[in-house]
Design a binder for this molecule. Structure first.
Ligand code: THU
Length: 134
């Protein structure tokens, strides 16, 4: 199962548009329905407009109508070997976007095994759930 999701993340990575950094990232998310959504990083000549693979995948899933997300795999690196052996930890912006839709124990599959969202983002900003969460 985890093997499949990693493969889907690699499939997403194949579409990465990263002519500036040459660092290709892919993400795959399994939605509540069981369907898998992939994403890749999409860079821009105006660098700050770049969108990460993880956010791309989250938005695909939500836009398709998924009400919750089950799990995610992320792969990233300059080449396939690096992507499959070196963990690519989601950036802070992507962690905050994941926190909007996922519980603290949301599983994130990286090259070195399964992690939980709360490992990378122990506290999260939330305007609606400030009392419970912070
Ligand atoms: N990148 C991602 O896609 N996800 C992350 O979590 C970290 C960084 C992308 C953005 C940029 O295209 C490239 O990796 C180098 O920073």
């Amino acid at each position: 199962m985890t093997q499949n999701l990693t493969q889907s993340a690699m499939d997403g990575r194949a579409n990465s548009y990263a002519p500036y950094s040459r660092f290709k990232v892919g993400a795959a998310i399994k939605g509540g329905s069981g369907k898998i959504y992939t994403g890749c990083n999409v860079e821009n000549a105006s660098f700050s407009l770049t969108v990460c693979a993880e956010r791309n995948a989250v938005f695909q899933a939500i836009a398709a109508g998924e009400e919750f997300l089950r799990t995610m795999a992320v792969v990233g690196g300059a080449d396939d070997d690096e992507a499959l052996t070196k963990p690519c930890i989601p950036c802070g912006a992507c962690l905050q976007v994941l926190a909007e839709f996922c519980p603290p124990d949301f599983p994130i599959l990286l090259a070195d095994g399964v992690h939980m969202l709360c490992e990378f983002l122990p506290k999260r900003f939330g305007s609606f759930d400030a009392e419970e969460e912070n």
